[in-house]
Write a protein that binds this ligand. Structure first.
Ligand code: XUL
Ligand code: CO
Length: 440
C-alpha cells in the first residue's frame, strides 16, 4: 500500500523507554511486553477515533476551525471521504495502533436521499475493508451518528416524529451490516440527542419505551445477520440535551433490566462522561464490575476547573492505574472492548505533529498506569485488605446473612444477646492511596 505523503516527516512511533528524549516515541507502551501474563497491547487494545482526529476542525462557538490538515480540500464529498480513509490508516499504522472506531457520518457523507447515503457508505466500507486488509488494522467498533443532522434535533429513536425513528432504523441496520462486513468487534450506541430539554413537551415514559423497541430491533437484526460483536451503550449525563436518558452506568443498567435487554448489552464508559454525571471514572467502572457489564472505554479527561465535556487526551497515569485495578479484576480485562481515545487536540494545537503527541501521551498514560497496576495487584495488598474488611461475612452471623438463612428475627435475637456490635476496624483510606506511590 502506498503511503500518503502527509506524515512523511514523522517517524514510526516505537517504544524507547522512560529515558528517551524523543517526543515521537513511547516511554511506557511496549506493545509486546508481558504484563500479568499478557502483552500490553492485548490488555489495552488501543483505538484511534475517526471523528475527533479526522473530522474535528476545532471550531467552537466563538470561532471557526483552526487545525491545519493538508489533505482536506474543504468539501464533504465522497471523493474527499475516499481519499481521507488512506490518511487515517497511515496515521493509525504510524502510531502502531491496532484498532479504529467510526460513526457512519465520520467516514461517509450523506447523499441527496437515504438511498444515496447508503450507497456512499458502502463505497467507503469497501475501501476501509481493503485498507484493513493491507495494514492489519481492525475495527474496534462502529456506530451511527444520530445526533448531528437537524432531523435528530428532538431525538433519534426517542424523537416524537416516527419518521425519524424509521430513519434511525435504516442507519443502524446499515451500520450493523457494515460493522459485520468489517469484522467489527463491538457496536456502540451513544444517545446523543436521546434526552429532553424541557419536560413540558416530553412524554418520558413513551420515549423510553421507544428507545427500548429500537434496541430490541437492533438485537433481532444482529441475530438475523449473525453479527457477533458485543453491543455497548455509552452513558452520558447531559450535553447536548439538558438531561440524557443514558445518564450513567447505574441508570443504563436499570433501563436494560426493565426492558429485558440486559443479556445483550455491556457498557462503554467514558472518563469525561463519568465526571459530567458527578462520578469518578472509577465509580463507573466499579458499577460495571458489580454487574458484569464492563465492555469498553472511551478515554479522555475533563478539566478540573470547569464542568463540561472538554474531551482532552488523558494524562493522569495515577487515575489510570486505579482504573486498571478494576479492569483487571475481570479475567479478560475489557474482553472485546478496548481503549478508544475519544479525545481532541486543543484549538491552538494546529499541526499534524500535535495529533501524534496527543495519542502518544494518551497511550503512554494508560501504559504507565498498567505497569503500576501490575505491581499493586501483584503485591496483593488491596485484595488482602478488602477480603479482611468483609471477613465478618465469612463466618457466623455474616455467613447466615449472605446465604439467605438469616431473618430480622434471628438477627434481632443475635444482637440483643450480644448487647452491642463489634468495633469497626479502620478503613485505611490513606494507607491504600499511598500504595500507588510505591511504584512508578
Ligand atoms: C460524545 C461521545 C461520542 C460517542 C460515540 O460525547 O463520546 O463521540 O463516543 O457516538
Ligand atoms: Co465517547
Amino acid at each position: 500500500m502506498a503511503l500518503t505523503p502527509f506524515f512523511k516527516d514523522i517517524p514510526k512511533i516505537r517504544y524507547e523507554g522512560p529515558d528517551s528524549d524523543n517526543a515521537f516515541a513511547y516511554k511506557w507502551f511496549d506493545a509486546n511486553k508481558k504484563v500479568l501474563g499478557r502483552p500490553m497491547k492485548d490488555w489495552m487494545r488501543n483505538a484511534v477515533c475517526y471523528w475527533h482526529t479526522f473530522r474535528g476542525t476545532a471550531l467552537d462557538i466563538f470561532g471557526p476551525g483552526t487545525l491545519v490538515r493538508p489533505w482536506e480540500d474543504g468539501t464533504n464529498s465522497l471523493d474527499m471521504a475516499l481519499k481521507r480513509t488512506e490518511v487515517v490508516f497511515d496515521f493509525v499504522t504510524k502510531l502502531g495502533v491496532e484498532y479504529y472506531c467510526f460513526h457512519d457520518r465520520d467516514a461517509s457523507p450523506e447523499g441527496s436521499d437515504v438511498s444515496e447515503t447508503n450507497s456512499n457508505l458502502w463505497a467507503i466500507a469497501e475501501k476501509l475493508k481493503s485498507l484493513q486488509k493491507a495494514t492489519g488494522v481492525k475495527l474496534l467498533w462502529g456506530t451511527a451518528n444520530m445526533f448531528s443532522h437537524s432531523r435528530y434535533s428532538q431525538g433519534a429513536s426517542t424523537s416524537p416524529n416516527a419518521d425519524v425513528f424509521a430513519h434511525c432504523a435504516n442507519s443502524v441496520k446499515e451500520m450493523l451490516d457494515v460493522s459485520k462486513y468489517l469484522g467489527g468487534e463491538n457496536y456502540v450506541f451513544w444517545g446523543g440527542r436521546e434526552g429532553y430539554n424541557t419536560l413540558l413537551n416530553t412524554d418520558m415514559g413513551r420515549e423510553a419505551d421507544h428507545a427500548a423497541k429500537f434496541f430490541h430491533m437492533a438485537v433481532d437484526y444482529a441475530k438475523k445477520i449473525r453479527f457477533k460483536g458485543q453491543f455497548l451503550i455509552e452513558p452520558k449525563a447531559c450535553e447536548p440535551t439538558k438531561h440524557q436518558y443514558d445518564f450513567d452506568a447505574a441508570t443504563v443498567l436499570g433501563f436494560l433490566r426493565k426492558y429485558g435487554l440486559e443479556k445483550h448489552f455491556k457498557l462503554n464508559i467514558e472518563q469525561n462522561h463519568a465526571t459530567l454525571a458527578g462520578h469518578d471514572f472509577c465509580h463507573e467502572l466499579a458499577v460495571c464490575n458489580a454487574n458484569g457489564a464492563l465492555g469498553s472505554i472511551d478515554s479522555n479527561r475533563g478539566d478540573v476547573m470547569n464542568g463540561w465535556d472538554t474531551d482532552q487526551f488523558p494524562n493522569d497515569y495515577r487515575e489510570c492505574a486505579q482504573a486498571w485495578t478494576l479492569i483487571l479484576a475481570n479475567q479478560d480485562g475489557m474482553g472485546t472492548g478496548g481503549l478508544n481515545y475519544d479525545a481532541k487536540v486543543r484549538r491552538d494545537s494546529y499541526d499534524v505533529e500535535d495529533m501524534f503527541y496527543a495519542h502518544i501521551c494518551g497511550i503512554d498514560t494508560w501504559a504507565r498506569g498498567l505497569r503500576i497496576a501490575e505491581q499493586v495487584i501483584k503485591s496483593g495488598k488491596i485484595d488482602k485488605f478488602v477480603a479482611k474488611r468483609y471477613s465478618s461475612y465469612d463466618k457466623g452471623i455474616g455467613k447466615s446473612i449472605e446465604s439467605g438463612k438469616a431473618t430480622f428475627e434471628s438477627l434481632q435475637k443475635y444482637i440483643v444477646g450480644k448487647g452491642e456490635a463489634d468495633q469497626n476496624a479502620s478503613a485505611r483510606q490513606e494507607y491504600l492511596e499511598n500504595l500507588f506511590n510505591g511504584y512508578c
